[in-house]
Write a protein that binds this ligand. Structure first.
Ligand SMILES: Cc1ncc(COP(=O)(O)O)c(C=O)c1O
Length: 444
């Protein structure tokens, strides 16, 4: 950690170089991109990123939970450089590389509760979800799929059929793949008075059994239940453990594959390598991507050995398990393995700092989440309704003060910094946030 680094804004935002790049981008790129604020990234170091005009920002969102080891981590850079000099691509579907088999072996060592595993390497989160849909259907010879409201699983048509996060991600893109049903994810924050969080988790399971399985779909038709152990895009929503153990036993009773989509929660983000270990619940299939390659595109489907029984040629991927990405992933995992205790303690430091801000700023409704998967939900202090406009203003204001934030859900700020984030960065983030909250919070 380099304590000399701090945010520094020298120009108007965006500056002249940034404005030229944005103008070109606006002329030629797809209008579907969101572009949260006009950050034009140039180079990064640790948790800090400089834009093309020399302004420096503290990054508390890591390119949406991707830059797990921060920018330019020497161990990851070294591994990538070595791989680039040797071989870039050979296609892991048809041939072998040392890094492909080593990464697969390494990934199969995590989440011991899953027993012996096999690994399929992909390019992205969405591709892991698509592959898992196929694997679950192939193995069970069933077609039905269940996922949850608020869940985000990607944007290709299979993954999008499971996604039920924001309507603008789905509208005009149907029809979706047949056989998908959705159920409620437990909302602990808004549970009825007198109900414990664990009861709230169990109630969600009972609703699936009593309503969905008796009125909508027979459990014998379901190939898989897809769930994010902690919902990411949907608002950094942490379920009670009873919900995930309940899903485990539901799947065991009905021969359904339990798929944990850990694309966002994986690779150390919760302070455990995977959230499955944080909750101590073992899925049948675990999906990982985002932070796995510290920014290089790579993902993996990790399945219990007996489940990954699809046959030679039934599934493949041209770029999946690219040699450079595999080298980055192995090095990333080596770094993350060593810093898991730090992620837990620094995450707790961030959470306690945010809770102190919550005591001061009434628009902070809740602060939650383990490790560096922390959500700060904003809501109207009286009605408890979401306040998306306040969240959007906060993001913009923080950007102008050199702090990169990103929203999720209806009005939650997700804190998903590089996992190497330490007390120095946390103190800066809290100070800027406090200042911005003072200005952004309407006098409720
Ligand atoms: C839980 C989850 N699953 C799947 C995806 C899709 O991943 P990708 O954007 O790499 O295709 C995301 C992306 O945000 C995600 O958060």
């Amino acid at each position: 950690m380099n304590t000399a680094l701090k945010p520094s804004i020298k120009t108007e935002l965006p500056g002249p170089c940034g404005r030229a790049i944005i103008a070109q981008d606006e002329a030629y790129t797809s209008p579907s991109y969101i572009k949260e604020y006009p950050l034009v990234a140039d180079r990064g170091q640790g948790c800090f990123i400089d834009d093309v005009d020399g302004n420096r920002f503290l990054d508390m969102m890591a390119g949406i939970a991707v830059n797990s080891t921060g920018y330019a981590h020497p161990h990851v850079m070294g591994a990538v450089r070595e791989a680039i000099e040797k071989v870039w691509h050979i296609c892991g579907t048809d041939f072998y590389t040392d890094s492909f088999s080593r990464l697969s072996a390494k990934l199969s060592g995590y989440v011991p509760g899953m027993g012996k595993k096999r690994v399929f390497l992909t390019n992205s989160g969405t591709e892991t979800v698509e592959g898992a849909i196929k694997l679950a259907r192939f193995h069970t010879k069933r077609k039905g799929l269940l996922s949850f409201y608020g869940g985000f699983h990607g944007r290709t048509l299979g993954a999008l059929s499971l996604t039920a996060s924001k309507i603008r991600q789905r509208e005009n893109f149907g029809p979706f793949i047949p056989g998908v049903v959705h159920a409620d994810f437990p909302d602990v924050l808004r549970r009825p008075t007198g109900m414990t969080p664990e009861e709230c988790g169990l109630e969600a399971i009972q609703k699936i059994e009593r309503q969905l399985f008796t009125r909508v779909v027979s459990p014998d038709e379901l190939a898989a239940i897809f769930v994010e152990p902690i919902q990411g895009e949907g608002g950094y929503v942490v379920p009670p453990k009873s919900f995930l153990t309940g899903l485990r036993s539901l799947c065991d009773r009905h021969g359904i594959m339990l798929v944990f989509d850990e694309v966002q929660s994986g690779v150390g983000r919760t302070g455990e390598m995977y959230a499955a270990d944080y909750f101590d619940v073992a899925p049948d299939i675990l999906l990982t991507a985002k932070g796995l390659g510290s920014g290089l595109p790579i993902g993996a489907i990790i399945a219990r050995e007996g489940i990954m029984d699809w046959t030679r040629g039934s599934h493949g991927s041209t770029f999946g398990g690219n040699n450079v990405s595999c080298a980055a992933a192995i090095a990333t995992l080596e770094v993350v393995e060593k810093i898991l205790p730090d992620i837990r303690s620094h995450g707790a430091l961030l959470t306690s700092g945010l809770k102190k801000l919550a005591a001061k700023h009434p628009c902070i409704f809740d602060v939650r989440g383990p490790g560096f998967m922390v959500g700060m939900e904003l809501a109207h202090p009286v009605s408890k309704n979401p306040i998306p406009e306040v969240m959007a203003n906060l993001e913009q204001m923080a950007f102008r003060e050199g702090l990169l934030l990103l929203g999720c859900g209806a009005s939650t700020i997700r804190f998903a910094p590089p996992l190497v984030c330490g007390p120095h960065e946390i103190a800066i983030a809290l100070e800027i946030l406090d200042h911005c909250l003072e200005r952004v919070s309407p006098s409720f």
